[in-house]
Structures are given as C-alpha cells and as structure tokens.
Design a protein around this ligand. Structure first.
Ligand code: PEP
Ligand code: MN
Length: 629
C-alpha cells in the first residue's frame, strides 16, 4: 500500500504518522523527495485521525513492488534527458560502442550515431567483464572522453556504474547511469543510485525473473529516484547459438505490470550483429520504448563485444527500419529538428515556437501528426478547411501547414493535390504517416443497442462500412472532422455515438465501446508538411513534381523513360484534370532522389524539355521505406 502526500511532510506530521502506525503494528518506509511517499508492505485502514495530513492519493494494490507497479502512475512515466524524452509516443535510440577505447574511437562513434539520428551516446568506462584478463575499460579517463564526445555532438551520454564507490564519479559525468545485468541485484549500488539525481537504466539480470527485475527497480524508486528505465538484454537459457535468449515476451508483460519505460538491448540479447536489426524491429513492434545498440567505427578491432557491434551502415539501416516500424505502432522516431530552428548556415537561432496550421481541433488525426512531427512546444493553429491552411501558410501567418494527401484505403485526397498546384509559393517539405485506428465512442451509460445516432467524418464512415452494417436502425451524421464527431456525440447526450480517434473520445469523456473498428487494419494516412521556406539538401531522398505534356502519342512515355534510363525509382504517379482545360491532365510524380546532386539536376533539366509545364513541388525525406531483411 502507498500513500502519496501532496507535499513533503513536516517533522511533527511525520512523527505523528509514525506513532499512529506503530500502534497498529505497521512499519512504513518513507520516501522523501518533493513529496513524502509512504510505502507499507500490507494494507491498513487510513484512519480519521489522518485527515489533517495532506493526503493526495492512496494506492492499495497488492504487489511486492508498489512504487514500480503501473497503478502508481497509470499513464506511464515519462523520462526527460535534456531535449530527449523517453515516452509512449516516441522511439528512443541509444547507440555507441561497448567500451570507450580512445579519443579517436569515441569521437568517430559519436559522429556516426549522431549522423544516423541516435538520441543518446553509450560507452562503458568501467566494464564488468567475465574474465579478469579482458579489457576492463579506461575508468575516469573513459568518462572524460565520453563526455567530450557527447558535448561535441550534442548527445546526452549513458555509461555504467559498477559499484557504490564509482557511482558518484560516474554521476559527475553521465546524463544517464546504467546498471548492468551483472549488477542488477547489487543492492548497495541500487540504493546508491536511488539517491542520485540522474535517470537510471536498469538492465535485466541474466538469470533474473521479471519479478526480480521489478523488485530491483523498486529498490531505486524506494530511495527517491523515480527516473528508472528498464532494459531487457536477454537471459540465460539452454540455447547456445545466440549469446543470450532475448526475451521479448517480457516487454508486453512489464508494460502491463509497470509504469516504467522499457528499452531492449538486442546487442547483448543476441551477441550477433546480423541479428541486431531484426530483433530491434521486433522490439519496437512488441511495445518497447526504444533500443540500446552497440555500434563501433571498426567492429573488427573492438576491444570488447566486436562480434555484436554494428558497422556504421548497419546502424543507418536500423534507424530507417525503426522509423517505419514506428509508424505501424504509433510511435515516432525523431531524427531531425524542425527546420526553422536552424538559420541557413546551420547555426541555432533563439527558440521561438513555430506556428503550425492543421484541419480540425486538438484531438483530430491532423493534430496528432502536428504533435508527433513538431513536439509539444509549437503553437497549433486549428483551421476549418484545407484552403484556409494553404492561405495561412502562403500569407506567412504560420510557418508550416499539415494536410492529408492520401489514405491506403480511400485513396488520394484530390483537393490537396489541386491546392498544391494553385499555391505556387508553397512547397512540400516533409511527409508523415500515421496509422488510422477508428473507434466507437458512446455517451457514458448508453448501451450499444440504445445508440440512436453515430457522428463521423465521411472518411471515418468509409473506413468502417462493414462495422456500420452491424448497427441496425442507427442514424448516420456526417461532420467536418474526427474531433467534431466526438464533440457532437457528447452534445447529443444519451444515445449519441461517434466514430473517432482514441484521443478525441477520451477528451470528451465518452466511453470506448469498441476499438479498431476499421474494415482493414492496414489503414494509413500520408500527411504532407507544407511551407514557403524550402531548402533542398542532399539528405532528401524523395522529390515531388507536377507537369503536363503535349497531347501526342508517346509524350508521357518519354518523360517516364527518362527516369528508367537514369535508374531512378518512381514512387507514385497521379493524374488530375488540368484546371480550365477539359480532358487535359496534369501528372503528379514522386521519385527517389534530391534536387542537389548533379545527376538528378540533369534529369530535371531534361524533364523540363520534354514537358509543356513543370513545377517542382518539393523535396524531403522519404518516411516510408520498406524494412529489408
Ligand atoms: C553493456 O551494456 O555494455 C553491458 C555490459 O551490458 P550487460 O550488463 O547487459 O551485459
Ligand atoms: Mn557490451
């Protein structure tokens, strides 16, 4: 049982509490941070006499790890490390060598992982090795070098403390302290890091049950440090082809049992670099909040764990794969900062929250995309129509606009293709995919058979047609967007229902009657980010353009032939009526490339000769690359 007080108790309050409980035979443990938290092994009645104490919340779950248990923080713990966060809607990647070996090695490693988009840099300075004759790490010198690399490449650093004695030294350098598998039950070390301020990554011991692991976390929490991140790194089984058996079952189990974020370390989990990428994909797919992987500039020369360390190119591929898997499970892998944080020469400007226009209000799918793409600190500018979004962007009222452009089930959103052509000062500067899950929300206390009316956006109805057939005699009402559907159901009251997003259903206090009611679970929407600020770079790997050709045999073929001859992959071709010219068409083409490298520039110059009209709509990073094996 846990009692959370709304502030730190004063000395006399604490004495009173302890005295009262002693009389009842209860021996509590007090955690003192900003607030006092009382933990008792068994439940006891919260007496009348406690009513003068500032009690915020009482949690009475029967578990050996009450502070670690999900009921302590049902929405999940969010860890913030500088600008990096570990949270339910993002994928966090920690990468770097097993051990810091030299200045050159760690600086090279930091540059490699930073360029590929890692969020934190790892590297051991105190290495707990199975053999006393193996490389033991550089100690404090290693910490210094790691800190230097972290600073140079703007990456927070993660490194291991192996004893209560070196924990304070590690804490003087590290942004995150790692407790290794071999030390998971080093209770003096757990107590020590429980008193430190830094977040702690707690690896699962190689022969630890999930309960042992959560009890080890409980030690850290019970000493006042609630910033704990669990990390599954494989356990010892009878299997010897892999170094350990990566127990991914533990991820959904721990996610249910605990509010703490969970990472997966597939490097130690498998011991084989070729297995690291597939197991990282699996980790994210089964609900992990991120991965920690070993990457080395020259794995063959690594002083420790070379065979499981990724080559730089493998790590780059891992990042692309995780980005795609993240789209499937609703987690975003952030690899770049929003464009306007940089002046053209790459220097950081003073931060001013950018304004982003989108359709609908908070809770719509578009607003989810805004939040995922730009974070919480932007100013969201709700808009009523797509045209209004384009107007706000072109007038400079907002820096970016976010609009849907196609859905995997219902196809292209032609209105936005037409607006892209009409607003010639606007460019397409990014894309985002989200999985669209539709849910049935109903007014509280209404039973399914009592539903009189269902509100939804026409796209919502189209995506759930089979489900709607199962609702007999129910009125169907079209509304402008997902958020409005939930609001109207709420306003309708008893008998009202909606097809909407989880976020909007929760926001309006409706009950979730049925989840994921869309006909086809492969329901993804591609959103584009539009802006008048456009800076093509070589990192872009997707170009969108629109053109028209002469009305004669072979004219369209000749434009496409150009891409075939130059081995350029086409991603999409869409035709739309030419405004004001009946039965003539514009072709929208997406292709793999950028606008900076000479080979692509030449193709574009040639394309303009083979077309009557050509406009480049933008270049950006392709967010949907199929993971490869
Ligand atoms: C490490 O991360 O380098 C390490 C030693 O891991 P583990 O404690 O999981 O073996
Ligand atoms: Mn290692």
């Amino acid at each position: 049982m846990v009692i959370i007080f709304s502030r730190k108790l004063e000395e006399k309050e604490r004495e009173f509490l302890l005295r009262e409980l002693k009389q009842q035979g209860v021996q509590p443990h007090l955690v003192e941070g900003e607030k006092t938290i009382l933990v008792a092994k068994a439940s006891f009645p919260v007496m009348e006499s406690f009513s003068d104490l500032p009690i915020e919340r009482v949690v009475t779950v029967d578990t050996p790890f009450p502070l670690t248990h999900r009921s302590f923080c049902p929405t999940g713990t969010l860890i913030q490390i500088g600008e990096v966060k570990i949270a339910p809607d993002v994928i966090t990647v920690i990468a770097g060598p097993c051990a810091v070996e030299s200045e050159t090695q760690i600086l090279q490693a930091a540059e490699i992982v930073k360029r590929a988009g890692a969020h934190l840099l790892r590297g051991g300075a105190f290495k707990p090795r199975t053999s006393p004759y193996s490389f033991q790490g550089l100690g404090e010198k290693g910490l210094e070098l790691l800190a230097k690399a972290g600073e140079q490449f703007d990456l927070p650093i993660v490194t291991e403390a192996t004893s209560p004695e070196n924990a304070s030294l590690v804490a003087a350098y590290a942004d995150v302290i790692q407790i290794g598998a071999r030390n998971m039950q080093n209770f003096e070390l757990l107590k020590k890091v429980g008193q430190l301020k830094q977040p702690v990554i707690l690896k699962r011991g190689m022969s630890a049950t999930i309960e042992d692991w959560l009890l080890a976390a409980e030690y850290i929490l019970s000493f006042g440090n609630f910033q704990v991140i669990l990390c599954e790194r494989g356990i010892r089984t009878i299997e010897r082809f892999t170094r350990n058996t990566l127990d991914l079952t533990s991820i959904p189990v721990v996610k249910d049992l605990s509010h703490l974020p969970v990472l997966v370390d597939p490097s130690h989990g498998t011991g084989l670099r070729e297995k690291v990428v597939p197991m990282s994909r699996a980790a994210i797919a089964c609900g992990a909040d991120g991965v920690m992987v070993e990457v080395h500039p020259q794995p063959d020369q690594a002083l420790s764990d070379g065979p499981q360390s990724l080559y730089p190119d493998q790590f780059k591929k891992l990042m692309s794969d995780l980005e795609v898997v993240g789209i499937l499970v609703g987690k975003e892998l952030k690899r770049e900062k929003p464009l306007e944080l940089f002046t053209p020469d790459g220097e950081q400007k003073e931060f001013k929250p950018p304004k982003i226009a989108f359709l609908g209000k908070e809770g719509s799918f578009s607003s989810q995309v805004v939040r995922r793409s730009f974070g919480q600190e932007v100013e969201q500018v709700p808009s009523l129509t797509f045209r209004e979004i384009f107007e706000k962007v072109s007038m400079g009222e907002v820096t970016y606009g976010v609009v849907p452009i196609e859905n995997t089930i219902t196809g292209s959103i032609h209105n936005n293709y037409d607006l892209l052509l009409e607003f010639s000062s606007i460019y397409l500067v990014g894309e985002r995919f989200i999985r669209v899950s539709q849910h049935l929300g109903i007014f509280p206390e209404t039973k399914k058979e009592e539903i009189q009316v269902v509100f939804a956006h026409p796209q919502g109805f189209a995506q759930c047609s089979r489900f709607l057939e199962s609702l007999q005699g129910v009125r169907i009402m079209d509304v402008g967007n997902t958020e409005e559907a939930a609001r109207r159901a709420w306003e309708f009251g008893q008998g009202g229902a909606c097809i909407s997003s989880e976020e909007a259903i929760t926001r309006y206090g409706l009950s979730m009657a049925e989840e994921e009611i869309e006909d086809n679970p492969r329901n993804f929407t591609r959103f584009i980010i539009i802006s008048t600020r456009f800076e093509p770079v070589t990192d872009h790997d997707k170009v969108s353009c629109v053109y028209s050709v002469e009305n004669r045999p072979g004219a369209l073929f000749e434009t496409l032939q150009l891409f075939a001859e130059n081995q350029i992959n086409l991603l999409k071709l869409e035709s739309r009526p030419f405004p004001g010219k009946p039965w003539e068409y514009m072709f929208y083409l997406d292709w793999e490339g950028n606008l900076v490298e000479p080979e692509f520039k030449t193709v574009l110059a040639e394309l303009s000769k083979r077309t009557v009209f050509l406009r480049v709509l933008g270049s950006y990073r392709n967010r949907w690359r199929q993971p490869t094996t």
